[in-house]
Design a protein around this ligand. Structure first.
Ligand code: PHE
Length: 330
């Protein structure tokens, strides 16, 4: 029996132990052979013989079970150890991307107006003459169309030259009151240090019952907005012209480079022009079928804001995809 127990204790893997199991407890195993001898044992001795054998069997079974548990838990520990991951090790650093500076600027602008309950609207970049010009009080052959050099398609479609067509689309789809902004991509045939053929605008439009929306409202919200964007600047409204607003104004901030002293960036005027705005022209309301309403609108170029806020000298550099420039805005 000691010999048999030794076999169990010497098995040092689960596979080896399984072999021992077959050898001892299998159908043709050592125990089976011993039990088979029962029939040859004379009657009076049978009982003692059987008892002895059963004691042996129980003893071997118990030591087998104990050995099995030991080997099994050793196997589990070995697996856990070899498969373990050291979470404290340094990994390889993946370079994370970042929003383009123009989009960061756009988000900052959007945040301001969303906080004031403006809805964010959008429209197609490929527009038609009606939404981009006609409905905005820019009839065919109107000289003001020259203000916006347009990319045309052969079928008469065009790439929108401003986000103002989204005003028209929104008004034609919803009833007043309206309080919206329209951030978006626009296109013009222009290319120099302050113009790229593709750029971005944020449009704003507020419409309510007649007499409810005034130039004073427009002035106060834009003044606050520009100080949110640029800090403690002075804001000035200068009479101007847009076909879709009357009266119209262009808005300047005191130069953030020279604090109004006069420098190269502000062409020694002390002022930087940053947006266009005005009271919505009655012809625009007529085109969309609105009656008895009043409203204001404004539009700004996001790249111009980004250039001023980050002191970027050449607008074109924003779109060259130069990682050395973009990484500075991470
Ligand atoms: N759409 C004008 C432009 O692109 C900007 C603007 C919008 C002016 C709304 C007044 C009112 O220049």
């Amino acid at each position: 029996m000691k010999e048999l127990e030794a076999k169990i204790l010497q098995a040092d893997t689960l596979e080896a132990l399984e072999k021992v199991r077959v050898e001892l407890f299998g159908k043709k195993g050592v125990l089976a052979v011993e039990f088979a001898k029962m029939k040859d044992v004379p009657g009076p001795e049978k009982k003692a013989f059987a008892e002895g054998l059963n004691t042996t069997k129980t003893f071997l079974q118990e030591s087998f079970d104990a050995r099995y548990e030991t080997l099994k838990s050793e196997a589990i520990h070995a697996a856990l150890k070899s498969e373990a991951i050291d979470v404290s090790l340094y990994g390889e650093f993946a370079q994370k991307g970042a929003l383009h500076p123009v989009m960061q600027t756009m988000d900052k602008i959007i945040d301001y107006f969303v906080a004031l309950n403006f809805a964010v609207q959008s429209g197609p970049m490929v527009e038609d003459d009606f939404h981009n010009f006609e409905a905005l009080n820019l009839p065919k052959h109107h000289p003001a169309r020259d203000m916006q050099d347009t990319f045309y398609f052969k079928d008469g479609g065009l790439l929108r030259t401003h986000t103002s067509p989204v005003q028209i689309r929104t008004m034609m789809q919803t009833k007043p009151p309206i309080r919206m902004i329209a951030p978006g991509t626009v296109f013009r045939r222009d290319y120099d240090i302050t113009h790229t053929p593709m750029f971005h605008q944020v449009e704003g439009l507020v419409v309510d019952a007649k007499g409810k929306v005034s130039f004073a409202n427009l002035k106060s919200i834009l003044t606050d907005f520009l100080q949110y964007m640029f800090g403690e600047v002075e804001v000035r409204f200068r009479p101007s012209f847009f076909p879709f607003t009357e009266p119209s104004a262009e808005v300047d901030i005191s130069c953030i480079f020279c604090q109004g002293e006069g420098c190269r960036v502000c062409s020694h005027t002390g002022w930087l022009e940053v947006l266009g705005c005005g009271i919505v022209d009655p012809n625009v309301f007529k085109a969309v079928g609105y009656e008895e309403v009043s409203g204001y609108a404004f539009g700004l170029g996001v790249e111009r804001f980004a250039m001023l806020m980050h002191k970027i000298p050449d607008l074109r550099s924003l779109f060259e995809g130069d990682i050395r420039l973009l990484e500075q805005f991470r």
